[in-house]
Design a protein around this ligand. Structure first.
Ligand SMILES: CC(C)(COP(=O)(O)OP(=O)(O)OC[C@H]1O[C@@H](n2cnc3c(N)ncnc32)[C@H](O)[C@@H]1OP(=O)(O)O)[C@@H](O)C(=O)NCCC(=O)NCCS
Length: 160
């Protein structure tokens, strides 16, 4: 399998919606929201493409004011999960953020979404806090963050 990651175009919208719906069902973003991610200057969408088909999607928002990039959604179609596509998408999002001068990345993951939380932890994200009632049906979320400017730095802590 040769997977290529590229910035999504407007004509990818049906394939993106198909991927989103297959992964998130009733919790998928609406088409209008995905459309906004595609056209707004402060956001971008990446697709993972195998031959001609979209097998994964990542949607991101950039806050230059806060110097923070938020990965709003990562989705890999069922039969392609567990093969490194999600990790490749996350790495590509981070490269795209860095091109825009952003080195602090954030995301949310449902408390019970073990696979997603493991994926983010193994990509260097840390759990910062939990958010109650973040998703539908009262499901809570972890708020996770990765700050590449802190990587490898020692922080002095004074204990009194
Ligand atoms: C979460 C998701 C994006 C991860 O993408 P993926 O391509 O399956 O993940 P990868 O193959 O890159 O694996 C990354 C990590 O996930 C974990 N993982 C992968 N397959 C797993 C499985 N079947 N069971 C448990 N953990 C698994 C592993 O810890 C792996 O880390 P490793 O490098 O230490 O092995 C994907 O599973 C998905 O689309 N899920 C449905 C939608 C979703 O929940 N998105 C996240 C919303 S916050």
């Amino acid at each position: 399998m040769t997977v290529r990651i590229r910035l999504a175009r407007l004509d990818d919208l049906p394939s993106i919606m198909h991927t989103e719906n297959s992964c998130f069902g009733e919790e998928s973003f609406d088409t209008s929201v995905v459309h906004a991610f595609l056209v707004r200057k402060d956001s971008f969408v990446l697709v993972a493409v195998d031959d001609a088909s979209v097998i994964g999607v990542a949607m991101c928002h950039c806050s230059e004011r806060l110097s923070r990039g938020r990965i709003a959604s990562v989705a890999v179609v069922g039969n392609h999960q567990g093969k490194g596509v999600g990790t490749t998408l996350i790495e590509a999002c981070e490269r795209e953020f860095r091109k825009r001068g952003i080195t602090r990345f954030t995301l949310e993951a449902a408390l019970d979404n073990v696979r997603a939380v493991r994926t983010y932890l193994s990509n260097g994200y840390r759990i910062m806090c939990t958010i109650n009632d973040y998703y539908s049906h009262g499901r809570g979320a972890y708020y996770m963050e990765k700050d590449v400017t802190m990587e490898g730095k020692r922080v002095k802590v004074k204990v009194s």
